[in-house]
Design a protein around this ligand. Structure first.
Ligand code: ZN
Length: 439
């Protein structure tokens, strides 16, 4: 190997090590969140300690993966067992982060190449054709999304609930990072720096074109509508759905006879008789969102103009509109399915936690990919159900839907170029990928 190749190898290798170590630390934080959030404990204080004897961990024992190995899986003080789940989660997140880094930045673009219609395929999305030194802000957004997806999967699989802090975190990262990154790119291009995020593409996620003011107005208006709905909910003008559920469940359990073990009544919520009525409350909640979305689009077009007479939408505004639209589409499709499903079958279909999860995915990676993730999740769900029937002894437990949505999102992130190629072949349109030329 010539010396510059060695240099490249070591440069990339140290990046991979850094990303892996960062992932292990994120995994360690995920362990804390998964343990503390469902129990309503503070996330920052107190510092990590043994759950049995409450001995504080030393800084060395706090090192991800190695801390557990150092202790050989037992508390230093009381010798009670520490679950291997902790180092496994830490190592998994570290390897997951490293996998995405290697696939997107290290493997040569033609690493996995097939040539139908002269299309070159690799696992690199278009934007990753630029080096990590330029595109790292978006890469960090994806890593933060992956971390929160792992945390949501673990909590949802354990308690069938998603603490809203987890999707909110990823949503806020997406909503802030995209416009901030765009503003920086625009500033840098004025001072002679990089003008584009990906060769031939305006932004890393789908955004409105330079004259599409309606697309800027609609999502921002809808977000204001969402804020109005939340205020109306707080003041009691719109009623919260399923408020009488717990009361109903208590009475239902009583009528079954005192002390009925919970294991004998696993699917009580299915019998709740008012799911259709409760959906009307949720439709009322969505009313202001739709109304103000429409109003926002109209107002933005009248202010910014349309077609050739339109003033150009600044890049940061396009980036935040794209991110908000992703949030609304991702959350909207799950919530829409929940409303239609509940109206059709008369029982609660899909949780609102799932809507928050896919909304966060949309805010980070855009509306198109959040739709793909939704369909990928359906396939994963069907696959799981089939394998559960085949090996019914081993997979007794029914998983909630959150893990499938998270898995669908990861699958879409991994296979985006493959999906694009499939769509290209399916729709018989010219290849979407620009020619690959990396200096
Ligand atoms: Zn202990």
């Amino acid at each position: 190997m010539p010396s510059y190749q060695w240099y490249q190898f070591f440069a990339m290798g140290s990046w991979v090590l850094f990303v892996t170590a960062f992932g292990c630390c994120v995994g360690s934080l995920i362990n804390v969140l998964v343990y503390r959030l469902p129990r309503g404990l503070s996330v920052v204080a107190p510092p990590s300690r043994c759950p049995s004897c409450e001995t504080r961990l030393t800084w060395r024992e706090n090192i991800p993966v190695f801390g557990w190995l150092l202790l050989r899986g037992r508390c230093r003080f009381c010798k009670s067992k520490i679950s291997p789940e902790y180092p496994i989660v830490e190592a998994f997140v570290g390897l997951l982060f490293a996998l995405f880094f290697v696939l997107w930045y290290w493997l040569p673009p033609e690493a996995i190449a097939i040539h139908p219609h002269d299309t070159l395929l690799s696992f690199r999305p278009e934007w990753a054709q630029n080096p990590v030194t330029i595109t790292w802000p978006y890469f960090v957004v994806v890593l933060m999304l992956l971390g929160s997806l792992v945390a949501m999967t673990l909590v949802d699989a354990k308690i069938s609930q998603i603490p809203l802090e987890l999707p909110f975190f990823a949503t806020i990262v997406g909503l802030i990072a995209h416009p901030a990154h765009a503003a920086w790119v625009q500033f840098a291009s004025r001072t002679g720096g990089v003008a584009e995020t990906a060769p031939g593409f305006t932004w890393v996620i789908p955004t409105p074109g330079p004259d599409a003011w309606w697309w800027v107005g609609a999502p921002i208006g809808a977000m204001i509508g969402l804020a109005c709905s939340i205020i109306l909910l707080r003041t009691g003008l719109i009623r919260r759905s399923f408020t009488d559920y717990e009361e109903w469940e208590r009475k239902a359990r009583e009528s079954m006879g005192d002390g009925a073990p919970e294991a004998n009544t696993p699917e009580l919520w299915v019998q709740y008789p008012h799911a259709r009525r409760e959906m009307l409350k949720e439709i009322a909640f969505l009313g202001p969102v739709i109304l103000l979305g429409w109003l926002g689009a109209t107002l933005a077009v009248s202010l910014g103009g349309s077609g050739l007479s339109a003033t150009e939408v600044p890049l940061w505004l396009r980036a935040i509109s794209g991110s908000i639209l992703g949030y609304l589409v991702g959350g909207g499709i799950v919530w829409g399915l929940r409303i239609f499903g509940s109206l059709a079958f008369g029982k609660e279909a899909m949780g609102l936690g799932d809507a928050h999860l896919l909304a966060a995915v949309g805010a980070c990676i855009g509306w198109i990919d959040s739709l793909f993730a939704f369909f990928a999740a359906a396939f994963l769900g069907i696959g799981w159900e089939l394998s559960r029937r085949l090996f019914s002894e081993r997979f007794r437990r029914m998983l909630p839907y959150g893990p499938f949505l998270a898995g669908g999102a990861v699958l879409v992130l991994l296979c985006k170029p493959l999906i694009e190629l499939g769509m290209t072949l399916l729709l018989r349109v010219p290849a979407h990928q620009p020619p690959i030329n990396i200096p």
